[in-house]
Write a protein that binds this ligand. Structure first.
Ligand code: CUA
Length: 179
């Protein structure tokens, strides 16, 4: 039998499984199971797999909460767009949103303190890539992700949108301070 001519016995599923084929099927199955359980393991022991909570939200609802924190804890503004720099108290809920084509506000966190970071997108899908920590999250409109973060290194981090979101995508960058 060859691949060029039609098989004499067309009922391929009635052919006995070759030993080599059976062995590979077994190897593939075992490997699938290993990878499946590693996904669980990565969440427990991995350093870059964030266990996020997700809630439904709307841009209005999210904006109201973010605005309240910005009104209360803004310490200064930065850049030509006068983006507020917010230094919320440790342990509190902090809000960060992405929209065409900026992040808002700029956060200033304290090293070693834990925050609940709420993130969303106001219009279309955006990305939130934290550099150089190489943490990468999607911002999805209609959904509020809550990430529990404890910055362990002080410095100025870069935020980059890494979901293509239109003509201004390349300049959708911001920063995050850890003191
Ligand atoms: Cu926002 Cu790309």
């Amino acid at each position: 039998m060859s691949a060029i001519l039609p098989p004499s016995d067309r009922l391929w599923y009635k052919h006995p499984i070759d030993r080599v084929e059976g062995t590979w099927l077994a190897i593939a199955l075992v490997w699938c199971l290993i990878l499946f359980f590693m996904m669980v393991g990565w969440h427990i022991w991995g350093k870059q797999n964030l266990s996020t909570e997700t809630y439904r939200t709307t841009p209005d609802k999210f904006m109201a909460k973010a605005q309240a924190v910005v009104d209360k804890y803004t310490v200064r503004t930065e850049t030509d767009e006068k983006i507020p720099v917010v230094a919320p108290p440790p342990g509190s809920d902090v809000y960060l949103l992405g929209r065409l084509w900026s992040f808002w506000p700029i956060l200033e966190l304290e090293k070693g303190k834990t925050y609940r970071l709420h993130i969303t997108a106001m219009d279309y899908n955006h990305g939130l890539s934290l550099q150089p920590a190489n943490i990468n999250i999607q911002l999805v409109p209609g959904f509020e992700h809550v990430v529990t973060v404890t910055p362990n290194q002080s410095g100025t981090y870069g935020l980059v949108c890494n979901e293509y979101c239109g003509i201004g995508h390349h300049r959708m960058v911001s920063r995050l301070y850890v003191k």
